[in-house]
Design a binder for this molecule. Structure first.
Ligand code: CAP
Ligand code: MG
Length: 412
């Protein structure tokens, strides 16, 4: 029986023929052995030599360990290992991010990055609208989009939800969204909510203000397309899918449905189970790349070092880059900074991320001392101060709502 080596350190590969991955590996094994174990398990090998593996199969389909730098390992998988039309992201993940986590010899593995060859990328469509499409809908070409998540996340009736959105829009917000745990509970049925919110958005429109609201359609695979189409027919202006709980296929199905003519906002609830541990799991930038391929128009990327959720500036920048880079043939995804946002920290996010972001606050709007409309105004004023380059404390001197927000929450 032949024994095969998966090591190919330094080999120059044709980038258009491989999916190239980077893993951070923690192990007591020599790192080369650990890397080889991953390459074998995820391509043509297993824990022992096998009589059914021949030179031809190995040469065509074996993964290659092409670089090792400290604990960072580069593994290239031949494009032929992937089954895109039937199989798609579930199959891709099962190769680049599958059994390897369970290998007993590894203490931890984190998939840090992935690059796909053109042949795979061209089988995806990417976003229908993307960041610029969203901006066109909202008639807001340059400034950061500014949004809210209706709070409390559960419990409001359709009428109260619509009232919240009307108030938020009257205060100047461009985006509203359902929270990730709200879908079709008895207290807020999706049909009634969508219709009530649509009416509020129509009123705002008549008053000259453009705003969209993402209705959460996260549900079973067999129901999501119908729900997407229904929500659109009830007047939804944007749809929201929780990508980790529903799956990438759900995002792709909704985004690629020719009947769907509105953008898809992608929430990432549960992502931290995979992304938070620096030594195990999957980096958010990988998730962002897959969401972009599958057609998400907007995606949560973290708040770049501020706010309530974990996530440093560098990590947020990498996620933003995955949404916006020019090296893939897709429209760009609008990066969404959300989680514990409030007016005083908006300038820090704009400073780190620039203007092409959607910044949104739930508590940071609904918790304003003078209510939702004033909270929305304060967020918009914070955005304007950052956009105009005026220090926020200075700006607040002539903007009452912002001053109240700074008095309540400060700037840190
Ligand atoms: C924000 C939020 C979002 C988080 C998710 C929440 O509300 O609605 O789901 O932003 O985090 O429920 O926490 P607040 P991420 O503005 O009241 O914090 O965007 O990092 O995935
Ligand atoms: Mg939420």
């Amino acid at each position: 029986m032949n024994s095969y080596s998966y090591m190919a350190l330094g080999e120059e590969l044709d980038k258009d023929a491989y999916v190239i991955t980077k893993y951070r590996v923690s192990t007591d094994l020599p790192i080369e052995k650990a890397a080889e174990a991953i390459a074998a398990e995820q391509s043509t090998g297993t824990w022992t030599g096998i009589s059914t593996l021949n030179d031809d199969v190995f040469r065509k389909y074996a993964a290659k360990v092409t670089a090792i730098d400290g604990d960072m390992v580069t593994i290239a998988y031949p494009e032929e290992d992937f089954s895109i039309r039937v199989g798609a992201v579930p199959q891709i993940l099962s190769v680049i991010s599958g059994n390897l986590y369970g290998l007993g010899a590894l203490k931890g593995v984190r998939l840090e990055d992935v690059e796909f060859p053109k042949g795979i990328l061209k089988q995806y469509k990417g976003p229908k609208f993307g960041d610029q499409g969203l901006r066109e809908i909202l008639h807001r070409p340059e400034k950061p989009l500014v949004g809210t998540i209706v709070k409390p996340k559960i419990g409001l009736s359709p009428e109260d939800t619509a009232k919240y959105i009307y108030e938020a829009g009257s205060g100047g917000l461009t985006n509203g969204k359902d929270d990730e745990t709200l879908v079709d509970q008895v207290f807020c049925p999706i049909e009634a909510r969508t219709k009530a919110v649509a009416e509020a958005l129509d009123r705002l429109r008549e008053e000259g203000h453009y705003m969209v609201h993402a209705i959460n359609i996260s549900t079973n695979g067999q129901d999501i397309l119908q729900l997407a189409e229904d929500a659109q027919s009830w007047g939804a202006t944007q749809l929201m899918v929780d990508v980790i709980t529903c799956g990438y296929g759900a995002v792709q199905a909704v985004a690629e449905d020719p009947k769907i003519k509105i953008p898809v906002h992608v929430h990432r609830t549960m992502h931290a189970a995979m992304t938070k541990d620096p030594y195990n799991g999957i980096a958010m930038r990988v998730i962002a790349k897959l969401v972009r391929m599958c057609g998400g128009d907007a995606l949560h990327i973290g708040t770049l070092g501020v706010g309530k959720m974990e996530g440093a500036i560098a990590e947020g920048k990498a996620n933003q880059d995955a949404c916006q880079s020019d090296d893939v043939p897709f429209k760009k995804v609008m990066p969404v900074c959300s989680g514990g946002m409030f007016p005083g920290i908006v300038p820090k996010v704009v400073q780190a991320a620039g203007n092409n972001v959607q910044i949104q606050a739930g508590g940071g709007v609904a918790g304003h001392p003078e209510g939702v409309r004033a909270g929305a105004k304060a967020m918009c004023q914070a955005i304007d101060s950052a956009y105009e380059g005026v220090p926020i404390e200075e700006y607040a001197k002539t903007h009452h709502e912002l001053q109240l927000a700074l008095d309540r929450w400060g700037t840190k």
